[in-house]
Design a protein around this ligand. Structure first.
Ligand SMILES: [Zn+2]
Length: 112
């Protein structure tokens, strides 16, 4: 995942939302980010800080909610939080089906 491209997309979404709401200023942009989405939060923040200059989002901060990787066993139906990409059930020999962790969403845009 290229964080600069991602930051650009997020900024676009935020600016669109501000325009639709006739807002002059954006305060916060809320993101949901799965731990498996492969995004470096630090790099994302840095890119966003550079791109937001001289836009209504100048001064806006990214509020990032991380979603842990969770999976359900296809045999015993138990839920697990995935660690180290182990896709086999620790309790039986079932296969774990990914339920969450790949999310990459703009949840809200807080603007004036
Ligand atoms: Zn199982």
């Amino acid at each position: 995942m290229h964080e600069a491209t991602l930051a650009e997309n997020i900024l676009d979404i935020a600016l669109d939302a501000a325009k639709q709401n006739h807002a002059a200023k954006i305060f916060k942009v809320g993101l949901t980010l799965g731990e498996m989405a492969g995004v470096e939060v630090e790099a994302l923040n840095l890119s966003f800080d550079v791109l937001k200059k001289n836009t209504p989002a100048d001064g806006a901060e990214l509020v990032i909610k991380r979603v842990p990787i969770s999976a359900t066993c296809n045999k015993c139906g138990k839920n697990f939080r995935l660690e180290r990409y182990n896709f086999f059930c620790p309790e039986c020999d079932g296969i774990l089906i990914l339920q969450s962790g790949r999310e990459l969403l703009v949840e809200f845009v807080d603007c004036e």
